[in-house]
Design a protein around this ligand. Sequence first.
Ligand SMILES: CCC[C@@H](CC(=O)O)C(=O)C(=O)O
Ligand SMILES: [Zn+2]
Length: 345
Amino acid sequence: CYQWKAKKQCNHRVLVGYMSSERPLKFVTGTKKYKHVTTTAIPRLEYRDPKAEELIQAGQPVIITGSDLVGSAYHWDLDYLCANLGNGLYTVYSSRNGKFKYYDEKKVSNVPSFQPPTSHTDMTFQDFASKLKRKDNSNWIYLQQPLNDTVGPRIEMDFKGFNWDFAYRQMKRNRWGPLTSNLLLVGMEGVITPAHYDEQENLFAQIQGYKKFLLFHPDQFECLYPYPIFHPHDRQSQVDFDDPDLKKFPQFPKLKGYEGIVGPKDVLYIPMYWWHQVESLEGHGETISCTFWFKAAPTEKVVYPLNAGQKVAIMRNIEKMIADTLKDNKNMPHFMKTMVQGRYS
Ligand SMILES: CCC[C@@H](CC(=O)O)C(=O)C(=O)O
Ligand SMILES: [Zn+2]
């Protein structure tokens, strides 16, 4: 199991003493601590610990150890994946600054001035792996591809060997909807997925390398200023954590959340609507992860007061309805300001 030594802050880098019974003492160099972002540790619990189940049922994040959710993939590394993923094509994103802010291509036409921050191409895993080894810091790359039936027989066998009992037990116990996808993520050291939220429950399994997660409760919505719903960056925060515009986003410094380093064999439960920012830590090789996304649990009976996630869902529905009704997104700011200005303050 892992014991975490006291964190030591030194010149904006956080060294987190890291020791496990399976690995020599290793300093997992954390990343810069973001100014204005206050965090406490994400709980780290053994999967048999009833507290872990309680946290998941309460829709709270938790790093689960010992589940072996992807135990049959612990041997996955670049060479093994090159040899066994087959010659299918994989979606590889490229970024000039190491940040991979997701955008919805179907919404690009809504914002004519939109400049995609990343590009993507399809290539064989072998091509990707050779680019990865040539680590070029002017071109960061990040493979993000749903595992599908183009994979070779060994990968298929490994996939079938996942601890599906654990995954489906969580799904049933928490009344989640069906599993929708397993996304294979292979990231160059240092890549960052900026703060965003997803509309599905996620069991995030780490296979190789270390990822630092920042997580924020849905009630931090007013500190994170998501893009408008019709914008390609819907669900993504507008705030650049490295250089926040506090005139435009004055609530940002009130942000409070959780942080944790997710290492090999760890599984992080990311509850739906929880904001997260994820960084592949330098110095520990490329990261290999696999997501398990589940549809939301159906809301049988609405219980008041509504929780923050439900309020985000309601805000999204209202925003969608206004956008659909007005038919012109330029009219939305004035329409919504008129609706509340001087009436609800
Ligand atoms: C495309 C998914 C990226 C992932 C974050 C990361 O590992 O970089 C994430 O945001 C999630 O699993 O929800
Ligand atoms: Zn996400």
